[in-house]
Design a protein around this ligand. Sequence first.
Ligand SMILES: Nc1ncnc2c1ncn2[C@@H]1O[C@H](COP(=O)(O)OP(=O)(O)OP(=O)(O)O)[C@@H](O)[C@H]1O
Ligand SMILES: [Mg+2]
Length: 276
Amino acid sequence: MSEQPGPTDEYQYHSGAPDLGDPSTGNWSIRCIDVHKRLGGVPVLNGLNVAFPDETITVVLGPSGTGKSVLIKHIIGLMFPDSGDVVVKGQSVPSLTLPKLLALRRKIGVLFQDGALFGSMSVFSNVAFPLRQHTDMAEAQIAEIVKQRLSDVGLMEAIDFMPNQLSGGMRKRAGFARALVMEPEIVIFDEPDSGLDPVRTALLCDLIQEMHKVYGGTYIVVTHNIASARQIGEYIALLWRGRIVEAGDAERMFSSENPFVRQFLSGSAEGPLTMD
Ligand SMILES: Nc1ncnc2c1ncn2[C@@H]1O[C@H](COP(=O)(O)OP(=O)(O)OP(=O)(O)O)[C@@H](O)[C@H]1O
Ligand SMILES: [Mg+2]
């Protein structure tokens, strides 16, 4: 049929994100503006425009290998765009000096996929690490904060454990406690639910929601899990082929007419997304 997508219209479903230049569309704490990034000679981010609203839990969804982790690396300044701009809390990340970039990173808590704990340090020392590294707090004050965060995430009983004594879910909670310890303005989770069973995934999502309620901030949760997106997503950005297919409030996204959005959010085999 003539309407079938051909190789030249790979962006036909990309209706995009709301206009980032229009201040009336929201208060954005992070904006990516026409970001292009090639890796290994291949375009990964290909004119990415997306913004993350302040004080909101945004879920970033998208097929494997579509650039979600690369996007996160641009936000924390571990990668820089070939062209375009990434603006975090009003600062253009690619043009920051190293000291300013390090200062910005202190405002961002990141929970990596496996928790990324230091294997030779106890849970206590892992969570205390950012405070010891970046502040001149007294040990007593550090201990107080660490214990508060560990009880927030329900891990006080594991305070003296080594990472290899923790289950996958506990590891993620310890990583979460460490990500929160500097009272970050932005918290980023890269697939917090990977490797967890559905019940533990739902419990972790509850915890993310609860911590967001208590401490506030801009949360970005990257996941493949539609149930997680439904549970915690207030704003949803769907990424494919290095650009936003569509982004918006969760309610609007879950009732989208866009065939790609519908397919992805319903986890259906029928639709524009195929195995290739
Ligand atoms: N450092 C790198 N060098 C070369 N290619 C890279 C590098 N990092 C990522 N890529 C490529 O960029 C593309 C996007 O990778 P990315 O890790 O962002 O995907 P993703 O959307 O996070 O996928 P997943 O859901 O599987 O985690 C992939 O094709 C990957 O191979
Ligand atoms: Mg990834």
